[in-house]
Design a protein around this ligand. Structure first.
Ligand code: ADP
Ligand code: MG
Length: 294
């Protein structure tokens, strides 16, 4: 039996995980969710190429985008594996919550965590009215695709003429008050949490207000403060994740704000500035808690 690593882009992360699992005596194989199938009435009822039966466990490194049916199908595979007793890391429910920025924001707020004011809605006129009101109060507004990642499709509305291109993403408007960050330039924090522990963190310094590494932000080592660690841990707990990459921005007015909780966070940039072997920590957590039940 081997561990399946679901990804469409094995690359560096896939290799890191495979090495880490091998180090712990577990074979693993990367495979795309697009090539799996449900086969009801047969054994096993979920077929994964390269696996004769069910995998020992699953590490979810990537869930492809696609039509609603495609995405639901990929989640069906994750939920189905869980129902068949296969440990899924992060599990399908956690992945669902975290790819959905609307639900993430709602759960963060419900857990009493500081997160920017956010509106999610379908109606264009309401969206324009909200943005106009925010601009009138001297605020900027950010619009994001509900299922986006790596800074894709995020826009900032700074003045009333920007409202001309206020469009929803696949019919839904996700509007969030812009947080002006503390300090020079643009930066936020990425904190990596595994099993309720903040194991590593960095500052991401953006070329402009988008601080994603995929958008060219520079990674800088930081000392993880107690406040940052506690907030990241509470955010991960609010989304019920085994591990997460938590984006936290420091408002120039003072408070730390949780922007996002990633259930499929990359760690290549983080690994370049921290000593903690992230892949080894992830592999050990999955094997110890989910396979060995320690
Ligand atoms: N409300 C906000 N105020 C200021 N900057 C923001 C805000 N929301 C997002 N950003 C910036 O955009 C980046 C990407 O936003 P995020 O919500 O994390 O989406 P993604 O899933 O694309 O990473 C953040 O890391 C941050 O730099
Ligand atoms: Mg992010």
């Amino acid at each position: 039996m081997a561990i399946a690593i679901f990804t469409d882009d094995p690359g560096w992360h896939g290799r890191q995980l495979q090495l880490a699992f091998a180090h712990l005596g577990h074979d693993s194989q990367t495979v795309s969710l697009t090539s799996c199938r449900l086969q009801i009435g047969m054994n096993p009822s979920i077929a994964i190429p390269g696996f004769t039966g069910l995998p020992e466990a699953v590490f979810v490194r990537g869930v492809p985008g696609g039509s609603l049916e495609e995405v639901v199908f990929y989640l069906d595979i994750l939920h189905g594996l869980h129902a068949l007793g296969v440990p899924v890391y992060n599990d399908g429910r956690a992945i669902e919550r975290s790819v959905d920025k609307a639900m993430t924001s709602l759960l963060l707020q419900q857990a009493g965590l500081p997160t920017p004011k956010t509106w999610v809605l379908r109606d264009h006129d309401q969206a324009v009215a909200i943005a106009e009101q925010e601009l009138a109060e001297g605020q900027f507004i950010i619009t994001k695709p509900v299922f986006g990642s790596q800074g894709e499709g995020i826009r900032r509305i700074e003045k009333s003429t920007d409202l001309l291109w206020l469009t929803g993403s696949r019919g839904i408007y996700y509007l969030q008050r812009f947080v002006h960050c503390h300090g020079d330039g643009f930066s936020d924090h990425r904190v990596f949490v595994i099993n309720g522990q903040a194991v590593a963190a960095m500052r991401r310094r953006g070329k402009f207000w988008l601080n994603n590494v995929a958008r060219g932000a520079r990674c800088e080592a930081i000392n993880l403060s107690g406040e940052l660690a506690e907030l990241a841990i509470r955010a991960t707990h609010a989304l019920a994740m085994d591990y997460a990459g938590v984006d936290i921005i420091e408002d120039r007015e003072g408070p730390l704000m949780v922007i996002e909780v990633n259930g499929i966070p990359a760690w290549k940039g983080l690994q370049s500035v921290c000593r903690v072997p992230v892949a080894e920590r992830l592999a050990a957590d999955l094997v110890n808690r989910k396979i060995k039940g320690l």
